[in-house]
Ligand binder design. Structure first.
Ligand SMILES: Nc1ncnc2c1ncn2[C@@H]1O[C@H](COP(=O)(O)OP(=O)(O)OP(=O)(O)O)[C@@H](O)[C@H]1O
Ligand SMILES: [Mg+2]
Length: 286
């Protein structure tokens, strides 16, 4: 699993004292369960246990070849909140997600995230030489029992394929296996990078419902990167639009669940978000 890759921060400026909260020692891949936040930061971090947020990002900058892709970004996510992140291709959504997942620490600014977090990408990234249940447990410390994997597979309706090889799974099944691999980590923060992007329309609707159910059941915070405005309005408590390296726009989705896409308020939110994304809805309707 990608969250296994944890590199220490390589500071460029304002080096905090070794051993300070801003410089956590490279620890076990999946440290002891805690809801406390883990700083990936060079700035002095506030006391994590007191933080009212699942995610707290302040002054975050990430540059590639001298070009800031993320530029002094600020973001807070409440515990248990479902946030969707939209934005044009190349605006930095995956970069932000990778930073939150702890996969990229070459940053400036403050990033506080829960210790227990998990990430699922658009491609399920299953190891073809390991059976599904072993893929689910991949990267967990110790020697976890198969039953642990099977409980997570049960949650995503895939228990019957526990002993299968990844190449025999359908696209939707592989994506559910990837979700099970995230869930088995009991995350306080679930990071999803276009997890339904490669699925056909019907499978996608089912997968969206599943994520909605899992979120309600688990109560973890979710940050979902998607290109699908309807998906964002369907699932999220709050939708963000990223542009020019920052969160350029955000809106709360106060519609009751389950949401009805034929509700005029749904259509209004969708149109407003499309407008923020620069999509000409009048032309779209024509
Ligand atoms: N390792 C890297 N080295 C150089 N440039 C990078 C690297 N990773 C990302 N970038 C650049 O940063 C920008 C943001 O990339 P990112 O993958 O975050 O975009 P995105 O918003 O997720 O796009 P998409 O919607 O197409 O997935 C792009 O211009 C990309 O080329
Ligand atoms: Mg991306």
């Amino acid at each position: 699993m990608a969250t296994d890759v944890h590199r220490p921060v390589t500071p460029k400026t304002a080096d905090p004292a070794p051993g300070s909260p801003a410089h956590p020692a490279p620890g076990p891949v999946h440290p002891a369960p805690t809801s406390a936040s883990v700083p990936h930061t060079r700035a002095p971090a506030t006391a994590p246990a007191a933080a009212p947020h699942a995610v707290h990002v302040e002054g975050l900058t990430r540059s590639f070849d001298g070009r800031p892709v993320i530029d002094n970004l600020r973001l807070d996510v409440r515990p248990g909140e479902f946030v969707a992140l939209l934005g044009r291709s190349g605006c930095g959504k995956s970069t932000l997600l990778r930073i939150l997942a702890g996969l990229d620490r070459d940053i400036e600014g403050t990033v506080l995230v829960p210790r227990r977090k998990a990430v699922a990408f658009q491609a399920p990234r299953l190891m073809p030489w390991k059976r599904v249940w072993r893929n689910v447990l991949l990267g967990l410390p110790g020697k976890p029992e198969r039953t642990l994997a099977e409980r997570a597979l049960q949650e995503v309706g895939l228990n019957h394929r526990s002993g299968a090889w990844p190449k025999t799974l359908s696209g939707g099944e592989a994506q559910r296996a990837s979700l099970a691999r995230a869930l088995v980590r009991e995350p306080d923060l679930l990071l999803l990078d276009e997890p339904f992007g490669a699925l056909d329309a019907l499978t996608r609707i089912k997968a969206q419902r599943l994520v909605g159910e899992l979120w309600r059941r688990r109560g973890c915070a979710v940050l979902l990167v998607t290109h699908d405005v309807e998906e964002a309005v369907l699932l999220a408590d709050r939708v963000l639009v990223m542009d020019e390296g920052v969160i350029a726009y955000e809106t709360r989705i106060d519609l009751e669940r389950p949401r009805d896409i034929t509700d005029p308020r749904f259509a209004e939110l969708r149109a407003r978000l499309l407008e923020r994304l620069g999509v000409d809805t009048a032309a779209e309707a024509a």
